[in-house]
Design a protein around this ligand. Structure first.
Ligand code: MD3
Ligand code: FE
Length: 205
């Protein structure tokens, strides 16, 4: 099914399910090369969600600001390559939502444990807001907070389950969004964790 959230945002329920057996070992290989780590915000707070990246560009945060960069600051080496099956899933989901030709150059990987949360924010470190963001949820369910174009707007609560893929673009690309504190539960693939992959076109065309 395909639940519209806004004029250009949809949740494709279970879109990734048939591909999880392929994605999961590829993900393990990525995180073996570039382990999850807690980053620090420009304001000096430790983020509660550890993250890593694969692809030509990776998202980073430090006292110096938020940015995409070609090297993993923990190792000084390029981020792991984006597996072809990752890019194909993102491209296929984007096309299903009406964004043909999506070619992500960054895949940000977030790991949530019970109690982890992501405060309302906008994703605006990418160069080209005409390109959508595609997100893939794995493991225990989370409540996605779907806000407005201004921080103070009331947020809708949208559950995201294992295998769901969401596509956010167009007029909805700069909406505030976040994840409510993760509830304690168990999933056969991930245990108590939720993993989220977000695919972006971060750099210049
Ligand atoms: C809506 N991650 O990494 S993915 C993030 O589940 C992030 O880990 C959340 O927000 C997570 O920045 C939510 C869904 C998402 C990603 C980007 C968006 C929703 C978005 C950009 C615009 C609007
Ligand atoms: Fe975000």
């Amino acid at each position: 099914s395909c639940a519209p959230l806004g004029v250009a945002a949809v949740v494709l329920r279970g879109f990734a399910l048939a591909r999880v057996d392929v994605l999961w070992p590829l993900l393990q290989a990525v995180v073996a090369q570039a382990p999850f780590r807690h980053m620090v915000t420009p304001g000096g707070l430790k983020m509660s969600v550890p993250l890593t990246s694969c692809g030509p560009l990776g998202w980073t945060s430090s006292r110096a600001g938020y940015r995409y960069q070609g090297a993993d600051p923990a190792s000084g080496r390029p981020w792991p390559a984006m597996p072809a099956a990752f890019a194909a899933l993102a491209r296929d989901a984007a096309a299903e939502a009406g964004f043909t030709g999506f070619a992500p150059d960054a895949c940000l990987i977030n790991r949530y444990l019970p109690g982890s949360r992501l405060a309302l924010h906008q994703d605006r470190n990418e160069r080209d807001f005409s390109q959508p963001i595609v997100s893939v949820s794995l493991g225990v369910p989370a409540v996605f907070l779907w806000g407005g174009l201004q921080r103070g707007a009331r947020a809708r609560r949208v559950p995201l389950f294992h295998g769901d893929v969401a596509v956010w673009g167009g007029a909805d690309r700069l909406r505030y969004h976040g994840i409510a504190p993760l509830r304690e539960s168990v999933h056969p693939l991930t245990g108590s964790e939720r993993i989220n992959l977000t695919f972006r076109k971060a750099g210049p065309a």
